[in-house]
Ligand binder design. Structure first.
Ligand code: PMV
Length: 323
């Protein structure tokens, strides 16, 4: 049996809009390069072993029909890639953080699942050989399960362009404090959102601006300059949400409380924390020091509340074989 632990990542430059594809190996390739920070406290743990029939549990419950098909396809994809027979597996996956709430659980899930399924099909020795010498095989397989999973196999700062990822050579301890304003599943899946994004009139201009924004963001990471990084994060998150709002059909992921919180912090001239958002109403606050007490005070003054998840940068998955 193998046990794999992987963490989600928070995108600093977003993957929102993907290339059309005809072959499965070209699935989930962003229309632009993206860049993220892998987290560490939020974790998906996947255990996998050979079994007489397929048996999949997610957070201790049988997997939902649509996830079952996706997972079964993923096992077949991995078997095909390594030219191995598709075996039947017992897989259990669980999250230590609230699922489907804007902490990207599909990224950590597909990172962990890809490694765990591969280990079961390949066997220990071959798995270690591929892991050490051709990690990009696992990264590309994880990406085909869920695009952003490509950035969860390494850390902390991962740049993803087309079929390649690169770990940026910078060490900088950053925190991500997530304000969970809503735990209900989003109405428009990111799969649909990616399709609608290029239909926004803002999208072509966004693609033009992104190269410079990404360069400046990489410089901020290199210099460890939070006041240079922060405004870029916010500009990028705002732009993605404006693309969402102006796509066809339009999507509004932010809730009233989320907007209230954002407009309050935007008024503060001097702050040591900055926000970013994914496809949801939950706010990720990036800072160099813990800021949870400051955030609680702001929410109290606004008379709004949120569940809080405190996280920080991480270095990618860990795994162990057990008997
Ligand atoms: O990997 P997906 O299809 O769930 O897309 C992720 C989209 C965002 O989280 C909004 C942005 C990103 O780059 O992670």
């Amino acid at each position: 049996m193998i046990k794999v632990i992987a963490s989600p990542n928070i995108a600093f430059i977003k993957y929102w809009g993907k290339k059309e594809f005809t072959q499965d190996q070209d699935r989930n390739i962003g229309l632009n390069p993206s860049l993220s920070m892998t987290l560490s406290r939020a974790q998906t743990t996947v255990t996998c072993r050979l079994s007489e029939t397929d048996h999949f549990l997610v957070n201790k419950a049988p997997v939902k029909e649509k996830d079952l098909i996706k997972l079964s396809d993923h096992i077949q994809r991995i078997a095909d890639f390594f030219q191995l027979p598709r075996k039947t597996l017992h897989i259990e996956s669980s999250n230590n953080f609230p699922t489907g709430t804007g902490i990207a659980s599909s990224a950590s899930a597909y990172a962990a699942l890809t490694l765990a399924i591969s280990a079961c099909l390949l066997g220990k020795e071959r798995f270690i050989e591929v892991y050490e010498n051709r990690l990009s095989d696992f990264i590309n397989l994880a990406r085909r399960g869920s695009g952003s999973a490509a950035r969860s196999l390494e850390g902390p700062f991962v740049y993803w362009n087309d079929k390649k990822t690169q770990v940026l050579p910078y060490q900088w301890k950053l925190y991500d404090t997530v304000l969970i304003f809503s735990s209900t599943e989003k109405k428009v899946s990111s799969t649909d959102g990616h399709k609608y994004a290029p239909l926004s009139p803002l999208f072509p201009e966004r693609l033009q601006k992104l190269e410079l924004r990404t360069q400046k963001l990489i410089q901020a990471l290199e210099k460890q300059n939070l006041h240079q990084l922060g405004p870029l994060l916010e500009e990028e998150a705002d732009e993605m949400h404006n693309v969402m709002r102006s796509s066809t059909p339009p999507i509004e992921y932010q809730s009233a409380e989320c907007r209230q919180f954002l407009s309050e912090i935007k008024k503060q001239a001097q702050r040591d924390f900055y926000y970013t958002l994914d496809a949801g109403p939950n706010v990720h606050i990036i800072s160099e020091k813990p800021v949870v007490e400051i955030l609680k005070k702001i929410m109290k003054d606004l008379d709004i509340s949120a569940e809080i998840w405190e996280d920080e940068q991480g270095y990618g998955p860990s795994w162990e074989f057990t008997n």
